[in-house]
Design a protein around this ligand. Sequence first.
Ligand SMILES: NC(=O)c1ccc[n+]([C@@H]2O[C@H](COP(=O)([O-])OP(=O)(O)OC[C@H]3O[C@@H](n4cnc5c(N)ncnc54)[C@H](O)[C@@H]3O)[C@@H](O)[C@H]2O)c1
Ligand SMILES: O=C(O)C[C@H](O)C(=O)O
Ligand SMILES: [Mg+2]
Length: 529
Amino acid sequence: MAPGTASLALRTPPYFCQTDHRQRCLAQLRSKVSGLEKYIYLNGLKERDFIIFYELVLANVLELIPILYTPTVGDACSNYSHIWRHSEGLYISIEHKGHIRDVLRAWPAGQLARIAVVTDGSRILGLGDLGANGLPIAIGKLDLYIVGAGVRPSTTVPICLDLGTNTQKFIDDPLYLGLRRKRPDTEEMDAFMQEFIDSMKEIFPHLLVQFEDFSTDNAFRYLDLFRTKYCVFNDDVGAVVLSGFINAAKLSSQAAGTPLHDQRILFFGAGSAGIGVAKQLMSFFTVLGLSEEEAKNRIYTVDSKGLITADRKGLQAHKTYFARTDYTGPPLTSLIDIIRFVKPTALLGLSTIRNAFTEEVVRLMAKMNKRPIIFPLSNPVALCEVDFADAVQWTNGSVIFASGSPYKSVEFKGKTYEPGQGNNMYIFPGLGLGTILSKAKHVTDSMVERASIALSDSLTREEKEAQLVYPRLGRIRDISVEIAFAVIRAAQKDGVDGNTLFRNLSDDVLFDTIKSKQWMPIDRRSSVL
Ligand SMILES: NC(=O)c1ccc[n+]([C@@H]2O[C@H](COP(=O)([O-])OP(=O)(O)OC[C@H]3O[C@@H](n4cnc5c(N)ncnc54)[C@H](O)[C@@H]3O)[C@@H](O)[C@H]2O)c1
Ligand SMILES: O=C(O)C[C@H](O)C(=O)O
Ligand SMILES: [Mg+2]
């Protein structure tokens, strides 16, 4: 026997079968009771055998995505310093300032890197400032790119910027993984971010950067500062809601017998997500022929102080655009009073306030609308504005519903109701794939908008008949191809595509080309580096 063979034979049981082992792993996973235990198991499996890991996720998308991603990833982030097992992403600390390049060089992907998700942990989902515990959100998003769009694992770079945290309990936690200091002031942070983005461009020249879960002001500021110079975007200020809203508005207008542009949208929550989504929804009206002013007039925003009006003192910059000038009375603070004033056809929640859409609120929406659109979009589930079963019951089944986090179907009066999931996970995988394949220099507004429209158009006839507003998640890979296709064509139209060869491809050939580029877990060379 050759040296070493005996020990190898001892390591692998003689009748070991890979297919059985997949089933074994699934059984082991399912034997775990809590979501967090399942997350830890999957995380270990990925480290041990990334092929089996991705095979299992691809074969069980509906069961496993909610563990790797929202909502369970929220628990993983909250507890990350305690459940940490091994290094799995890149930490860049504010103490690395001056030599960020060297830290980036240590990541093995180098020139092969195509996509990074970067968080500074300052607003993870609706869970607040989690500091260095934010890394799993970047990993979860990248798993969606891999599973949902077929991006090659070895080209992904999860990054957590460790700039300290303003959450004292983490600073006091002896197991906390990050820097024990408060976050820097704007000047120090801006200088760090500029060096970071310049270094990224130098070390990873072909990289698309997704900013994720930065606190509101920084989310807007860094996107504005960097988006024309680098290939960056932020999916939290974005597109998925437009897709679902287009389909929801068709159903609700049809039921009411009113024109589509009569929709009036009330945003409960006016942070980076609320205002970002509101801006994206402007195009719903402008493509119907309304002017910018008319479109803006159909959107109302609410924050913790009530309906946002232009006469409010000290209004934050990002809230001024939608501030109302048609209300000058005493501040309208109760959601019921606001709904009575606005008479919305659609109520969207991005407030992080659990159960903010009370029975009274939901019943009032149903009284005012034959088919009220209610989208409680705050993540994770524990912060969702209303549960699906309640929304169905309180509207007697008339609600058109989509939430940020997943809900199960419910039975009501002998009928099955299927919820929509208005989560940006439908958009960013395809948007990323299209951007990478077209080698786009920037992510333009129309690339994002086309991604959104492609998603709303992607419903099958059966899904339309079932009155869904989003396609079923099990089809995410095919949906991502449709989105990537639309994104590539939009990049070409805007002249930002670096891969000009795609311009000459017919639609059918481009479609097949995108499909052929999707990574499948059969290629062991594409290990998670
Ligand atoms: N579904 C999705 O795809 C998606 C995408 C992005 C963000 N989100 C979710 O949206 C939520 C908000 O994210 P963000 O970045 O805008 O957070 P944020 O903290 O910046 O904004 C929260 C907003 O809610 C308002 N608010 C807080 N308490 C309120 C109250 N009692 N009444 C009325 N308004 C109140 C705040 O004033 C603020 O305007 C998070 O839970 C996040 O997970 C969902
Ligand atoms: O991460 C998610 O589930 C969606 C979104 O990016 C969020 O911040 O809530
Ligand atoms: Mg996010």
